[in-house]
Design a protein around this ligand. Sequence first.
Ligand code: AMP
Length: 208
Amino acid sequence: MNIVLLGAPGAGKGTQAAKLVEEFDIAHISTGDILRASVKAGTPLGLEAKSFMDKGELVPDSVVIGLVKERLQEKDTEKGFILDGFPRTSTQAVALSSELAALGRDIDAAVAVNVDFEVIVGRLTSRRLCKDCGYIGSKADTSCPQCTGEMYQRDDDNETTVRNRLEVYEQSTAPLIEYYRGCNLLIEVDGDRPVDEVFLDIKRKICK
Ligand code: AMP
């Protein structure tokens, strides 16, 4: 099963990706996670990416496409994968299609998780993550409910940057919904519901 997860930042892609990975035993490819790891490691790529990420802008296509192409060469992706946060531009979508064609693979579904932008602003500005296990929680979690680890706020989850990320999404990424509809791959779900309800809806529509 090869899945592309679409949806604005804060729509719940990361949470749903984690559940889909477990359900279908597939590889999780999150370009945001890969980029944050490079920033943390202080690699040249991380240094280049950081200035874009801090402002809520997209990292240049050439950089992100290169990362994903490399990741798709890894063995664990052969059993299937979920792309979380990629593609985000039509250039990335076209590059993905041609890379997959070259590898003799296909996308089975493009899942768009839809959530109202004002709901997202509230969600992201109160989002907190666990430093140890990556658990996604909220301000109310003073420590991680899963592993008691320390919770932190992402640098780009402040309101100004969140609003910029949503604007960038609207301009560059939202058009991909029509692109995947045209490819007959689009599945849409209402993401403004409890996590398990959204997940069951995605699963039901994917397995149809
Ligand atoms: P995310 O964790 O998916 O919200 O991504 C965090 C940030 O990483 C984004 O705001 C972008 O700056 C950058 N990023 C992640 N994925 C991509 C992508 N496919 N194309 C360009 N920039 C990306």
